[in-house]
Write a protein that binds this ligand. Structure first.
Ligand code: LMR
Length: 416
């Protein structure tokens, strides 16, 4: 029997708490895959880890778990890991500057990358959820240079699912009210009845929620979103600069970009349940589902992309997963049929500029003030880090000046 070795960092944190039952019920890696779960956290979270292991035992999960290890020993957690889910990051603190948050988190990711390089399976697949997710992923990969770059990804699926949910909410309320632009009758639409959307760029407020080609499956036929929603301004892509602080729902793109901050303000904690579900969807499509031709948003290396994004960046793109043959599972390709509109192109360029600036800042921090070229690992100068925290993700939102220039280092975290 094959047992999949899965390490989860931030194993005592909020997102892990929602993710563990999904894994244990076979809803992430499939009902036929048995999982050995290693939950890693920092020493102050050791007791919480012990309690979680007890709760897993008490939950009588049916079959998917082969075993559980709750540990603060990084090497034991990463030894032979075939999947690494990076949830652990330094949490945002009031008044903290963006540069300080970045400094904490890239240090942690450097350490995690070194652990992957030294101890994980040579074909380990890594998903970064901890913020700043894209740049964390880049730093992780740079420190695990013997693993294929296609094995590294970050989570933009949460933004994608938020967009699907909002589209469904709007379309179903129009259908229920009988005010669709064309006379249509339909059952309530479900998630599988939406396609043609993508989140491009960074997991930040510069992300580009692209609804320009959205279609709904209405009574068995795919139709443009406008068939139900009319020529609604709500669907039009708002300029990211125009939304700072708005948080409202006048535009779909604005609502998607602000969703994390709105939930954080209301819950006083980052999204955890929806982040866990998106993590499950990302991993399930990437590693376990048969190829379906479904297009999803996924943060991956830009190498070879057909959309003009410079090589060597990690960026969210429309991706199709497939290639499930044996040990080779985990293949994906860019969906080159996706067309960039002028608006999307322009805004993607801004998000890419932000990713480039974040990269420069991250490697500059790691190298003690000197930025590195876009390719290759950072210098081997030691960075002192404690390791992942129990607090799940940090803060994913970046600031931008009115002229579109990125200003990431001085943005106070409390203003998100
Ligand atoms: C989210 O999108 O909800 C999170 O990335 C927000 C955060 O900073 O934790």
């Amino acid at each position: 029997m094959v047992v999949l070795q899965v390490v989860v960092t931030g194993g005592a944190g909020q997102i892990a708490y929602s993710l563990i039952p999904l894994i244990a019920r076979g809803l992430v890696f499939g009902p036929a895959t048995r999982v050995h779960l290693r939950l890693l956290d920092i020493p102050p979270a050791a007791q919480a880890l012990e309690a979680i292991v007890m709760e897993i035992q008490d939950s009588l999960f049916p079959t998917a778990l082969e075993g559980v290890l709750g540990t603060t020993d990084e090497v034991r957690a990463f030894e032979g890991a075939q999947v690494a889910i990076l949830l652990g990051g330094f949490p945002r603190k009031p008044g903290m500057e963006r540069g300080q948050l970045m400094a904490k988190n890239v240090g942690i990711m450097k350490r995690m990358g070194q652990l992957l390089e030294r101890h994980a399976s040579r074909d380990c697949k890594a998903l970064v959820v901890a913020n700043p997710a894209a740049t964390n992923c880049l730093v992780l990969a740079a420190n695990a240079p013997s693993l294929p770059r296609k094995n590294f990804s970050f989570l933009s699926r949460l933004d994608h699912e938020r967009m699907v949910g909002m589209l469904l909410e709007k379309a179903n309320s129009v259908l229920a009210a009988g005010t669709a632009s064309h006379a249509v009758r339909s059952e309530r639409l479900r998630p599988a009845d939406v396609r043609g959307l993508c989140i491009w760029g960074n997991h930040s407020d510069s992300q580009v929620p692209d609804a320009s080609s959205v279609e709904f499956c209405l009574n068995g036929n795919w139709v443009p979103a406008q068939t139900i929603l009319g020529d609604s301004p709500w669907l039009k892509l708002q300029d990211a600069n125009a939304v700072a602080g708005a948080g409202g729902g006048d535009y779909l793109s604005e609502a998607v970009r602000n969703r994390g901050a709105v939930i954080l303000a209301a819950r006083k904690l980052s999204s955890a349940m929806s982040a866990a579900n998106a993590t499950a969807a990302h991993l399930g499509d990437w590693l376990c589902s048969p190829p379906t031709g479904k297009t999803v948003s996924m943060g991956v290396f830009s190498d070879g992309n057909p959309f003009g994004v410079p090589e060597g960046l990690v960026c969210s793109f429309p991706v199709q997963c497939g290639d499930l043959s044996g040990a080779n599972r985990g293949g994906w390709n860019f969906d080159s049929d996706f067309r960039l509109t002028e608006d999307v192109s322009r805004q993607l360029a801004v998000s890419v500029a932000e990713l480039e600036e974040e990269r420069e800042m991250a490697f500059s921090i790691l190298n003690g003030g000197q930025s590195t070229p876009s390719e290759g690992p950072p210098s081997s100068a030691p960075v002192v880090v404690s390791t992942a925290t129990a607090n799940g993700t940090g803060n994913g939102t970046l600031g931008r000046a009115a002229n579109g220039a990125v200003n990431i280092s001085k943005k106070p975290i409390s203003s998100l």
